[in-house]
Design a protein around this ligand. Structure first.
Ligand code: AKB
Length: 310
């Protein structure tokens, strides 16, 4: 079997996707790449990679005999707004380099898109698979462009590019860096440590969320799906739960009754959240490749508190 390469392996998704892939295919079948900080301990293959560097990328793919790339390296929505030029360079520069390298070697490619690919004008509730996409953040612009570019490479060059539109992701292994939905992770650390949390989004800000074990399972399931059943391939809406900060606090209070939440709204992140859907319709993912989440809100909260609480 040709090996698997993961870019951004140290990030929020990568730090759980790499172990899941290694468990499935064996430690030596997965090459985890890092850009800035080498992981302190890693049981499998680890390489440095600037994924905008076409030559380095090509060399790695050839040296390891890579057949599938999970391209996770990216800047998230809030850090993207702080430095739009860097967000474009990282998000689009790396995707273009990865697509070209994958095309030359007939690799399959996974590209994570996001609810951030939607924007004002998109239907807010049960956002359909195919709908208006006019995001007003550089992160969203890079995600829509990425979706289109992956579709283009699939149709024009026959590249096996597949992808998901993730909601906010909740995880306990590695914290997210610079996202609008980060509150849904921070809240657990503060609940356990301080018994209180001050949230940067308003109490009633409704967004879809997903627990990381479901997110990694979804990526692997999509990449293993029979291509004959896929009419979309790229940018499948996927979701698992729908929640506001106030409702997440209520669910935490089931386990920590004295937990309190306060609000100090960050206008930048609040505006980003309000430009995104309240909820997504993921019926195409369910119909085309059998997507079904395992964790609902109560199950995710119980597991997060158990894992983080020790
Ligand atoms: C972010 O908040 O930027 C990400 C996302 C929803 O894509 N978590």
């Amino acid at each position: 079997m040709r090996k698997i390469l993961v870019t951004g392996a140290q990030g929020q998704i990568g730090s759980e996707l790499v172990p899941a892939l290694r468990q499935r295919h064996g430690a030596e079948a997965v090459v985890a790449t890092f850009h800035r900080k080498r992981p302190e301990s890693d049981e499998g293959l680890v390489e440095h990679l600037d994924s905008t560097d076409t030559r380095q990328l090509g060399d790695l793919l050839d040296r390891h005999g890579i057949g599938t790339i999970y391209h996770l390296a990216a800047m998230l929505s809030a850090t993207g707004e702080a430095d739009p030029q860097a967000a474009w360079d990282v998000n689009m520069g790396s995707l273009y380099a990865v697509l070209e390298a994958a095309r030359a070697r007939d690799c399959a490619l996974f590209f994570p898109s996001s609810i951030g690919a939607f924007g004002p004008g998109t239907p807010l509730d049960d956002t359909p698979q195919d709908t208006l996409q006019r995001p007003n953040t550089i992160y969203g612009v890079s995600k829509v462009s990425g979706e289109l570019l992956c579709d283009y490479y699939a149709h024009r060059f026959g590249l096996d590019a597949r992808g998901l539109r993730y909601p906010g992701l909740i995880s306990y292994v590695t914290p997210p860096g610079g996202g609008t939905t980060d509150y849904a992770v921070e809240i657990f650390y503060h609940a356990l440590r301080d018994g209180r949390y001050t949230c940067f989004l308003a109490a009633d800000t409704r967004l879809d969320m997903m627990y990381m074990p479901d997110a990694t399972r979804a990526a692997i399931a999509l990449m293993e799906a029979d291509p004959a059943t896929l009419t979309h391939r790229n940018a499948f809406n996927v979701t698992a739960m729908n929640v506001t900060p106030a409702e997440l606090a209520d669910a935490i209070r089931v386990h920590i009754p004295n937990f309190t939440i306060a609000y100090d709204v960050d206008p930048v992140r609040q505006a980003i959240a309000e430009s995104w859907p309240n909820s997504m319709d993921d019926s195409e993912a369910r119909a085309q490749w059998g997507w079904a989440p395992k964790y609902d809100l109560a199950g995710m909260v119980a597991d997060m508190l158990e894992k983080l609480g020790g």
